[in-house]
Design a protein around this ligand. Structure first.
Ligand SMILES: NC(=O)c1ccc[n+]([C@@H]2O[C@H](COP(=O)([O-])OP(=O)(O)OC[C@H]3O[C@@H](n4cnc5c(N)ncnc54)[C@H](OP(=O)(O)O)[C@@H]3O)[C@@H](O)[C@H]2O)c1
Length: 223
């Protein structure tokens, strides 16, 4: 049997890149995707024959569809994109900036919308949400709302597109705000990559939001 193929939208940075490295070690073929060709080409070269790349602005729905349709059925899609939006609380984030943050939601939505066409029946989609969905906090209103929406999307899509499996990893404090965590270990992008591997390789896991946040969501740092 050939190696399973995983498309990672956002595979040239942070969590996506760490995930790509781990999946290759575990015996997958990985296609990393992002908007910057030079970065993708150099990473793909470093990661070797099991890593190829595709240049794509995933917020362009037509290009996303075209890219997906250029592959014969994929096994898994992982969405680790960062929209790098200037967003904070609902009271002080403009609609325009909030919409920029929600780009991640719409890319995730469109991947799920197309999934039955481009993924194998026993394949999976893994999204990234975030611990702020579970811990409302002043100044994080847009992020909490976005992450809650992504968690809702997972629950609903896992029913709508079954038997394709749909899950999210909910990170918190990965590479930042280490003081918020209960664990001595400080969350790293590799912790996310390990969990993506666990989720895509376990055929019984669907409709699940998995917290990889060192306990940040409990909010003990906030009160
Ligand atoms: N750190 C945490 O604890 C935490 C908590 C909650 C949520 N998160 C979320 O986790 C996600 C991943 O974070 P990260 O630090 O790994 O991000 P990152 O290092 O900024 O990497 C983002 C990746 O997405 C790609 N990308 C961005 N926009 C794209 C687009 N429109 N189309 C295609 N590719 C695109 C980037 O490449 P190009 O720029 O070249 O396109 C890059 O490969 C983020 O959405 C972040 O908000 C993180």
């Amino acid at each position: 049997m050939g190696k399973e193929i995983v498309l990672i939208l956002g595979g040239s940075g942070g969590m996506g890149l760490a995930t790509a490295k781990i999946l290759i070690e575990k015996g997958y073929k990985v296609i990393i995707s992002g908007r910057t060709k030079g970065k993708l080409a150099s990473i793909s070269n470093q990661l070797g024959k099991d890593c190829t790349y595709v240049v794509l602005d995933a917020s362009n729905n037509e290009d996303l569809n075209k890219t997906l349709s250029s592959y014969s059925k994929l096994d898994h899609i992982v969405v680790t994109i960062s929209a790098r939006a200037n967003a904070s609380g609902i009271n002080n984030t403009s609609e325009e900036n909030a919409k920029q943050a929600f780009q991640r939601f719409w890319i995730s939505y469109n991947v799920l919308h197309f999934a039955t066409e481009f993924l194998k029946r026993n394949g999976s989609v893994t999204l990234i949400s975030g611990s702020s969905a579970k811990t409302p906090l002043k100044g994080y209103g847009v992020w909490g709302t976005l992450h809650g929406s992504l968690n809702g999307l997972v629950k609903q899509a896992s029913i709508d597109i079954a038997p394709i499996r749909v899950n999210a990893i909910s990170p918190g404090g990965i590479g930042i705000n280490a003081d918020r965590q209960l664990t001595e270990h400080r969350g790293m992008v590799e912790d996310i990559g390990q969990m993506v591997y666990a989720v895509i390789s376990n055929l019984a896991v669907t409709s699940t939001i998995i917290d990889v946040d060192g306990g940040e969501r409990i909010g003990t740092w906030n009160g």
